[in-house]
Design a protein around this ligand. Structure first.
Ligand code: MD6
Ligand code: FE
Length: 212
């Protein structure tokens, strides 16, 4: 009989250099949620304006040396929270370790993120197809951690109009992309109103990057 309990977590390829690590974050959920609460106390979740003048449906905050922000002037990374002028809260050690371990499992050893965007989705919130292009170099991968409500991740191609794969993501899943896939279009479909047993009617997403 196979000892399934001791098999390494499954690694599913989404494309050449993009991997879904199912349940990879599950052993760390309690520590992750406590750390997110600490970050949100210092830098509360807020809905930002897009350059086009829309209010994002997703609420966000950041931690680490750099934080991703958007306003009427554009998308950028900044070392201070525009709402308070204070530096973003430091990156919790559990984030840094999880990101490094997930990146390594996906074939990107040595990942050291300096920016963590924390997104909070309520039912109906979505993220339209986009590329992550605000980072200084594209040599490092991106690690995306899903907590709470289920979501459908869109994994597209190198052109906005390319057909996108629909990837169901659940609590504890981690997606890592880099290399040849670093600039692929991606997004999140509007969230269904299916409250999660632990987190209720929300989805939290950590997006860890080397931005500077
Ligand atoms: C997610 N977020 O929230 C994935 N990218 O599941 C992103 O892909 C993202 O929220 C660039 C800028 C902001 C984001
Ligand atoms: Fe993105």
């Amino acid at each position: 009989m196979t000892l399934d309990l001791f098999e390494p977590p499954a690694r599913e390829a989404l494309s050449e250099a993009a991997w879904l690590l199912r349940g990879f974050a599950l052993p760390h959920v309690d520590a992750l949620l406590a750390a997110i609460a600490d970050v949100a106390r210092a830098a509360p979740f807020r809905q930002m304006q897009t350059p086009g003048g829309f209010t994002m449906s997703v609420a966000l905050t950041n931690c680490g040396a750099l934080g991703w922000t958007t306003d009427r002037r554009g998308y950028r990374y900044a070392s201070a929270d525009p709402q308070t002028g204070q530096p973003w809260p430091p990156m919790p050690a559990v984030f840094t370790r999880l990101a490094r371990d997930a990146a390594k499992a996906a074939g990107f050893p040595g990942f050291a993120p300096d920016a963590c965007l924390v997104n909070r989705y309520a039912p109906g919130a979505r993220l339209s197809l986009h590329q992550d292009r605000d980072e200084r170099d594209y040599g490092a991968p991106i690690v995306s951690v899903s907590l709470g409500m289920d979501a459908t991740f869109l994994w597209g191609g190198h052109a906005r109009g390319d057909r996108a794969l629909r990837v169901p993501l659940v609590h504890g899943d981690v997606v890592v992309w880099g290399g040849a896939d670093r600039l692929r279009y991606h997004g999140v479909l509007p969230l269904k109103d299916r409250p999660h047993a632990l987190l209720g009617a929300q989805r939290l997403n950590l997006t860890l990057r080397k931005a500077g």
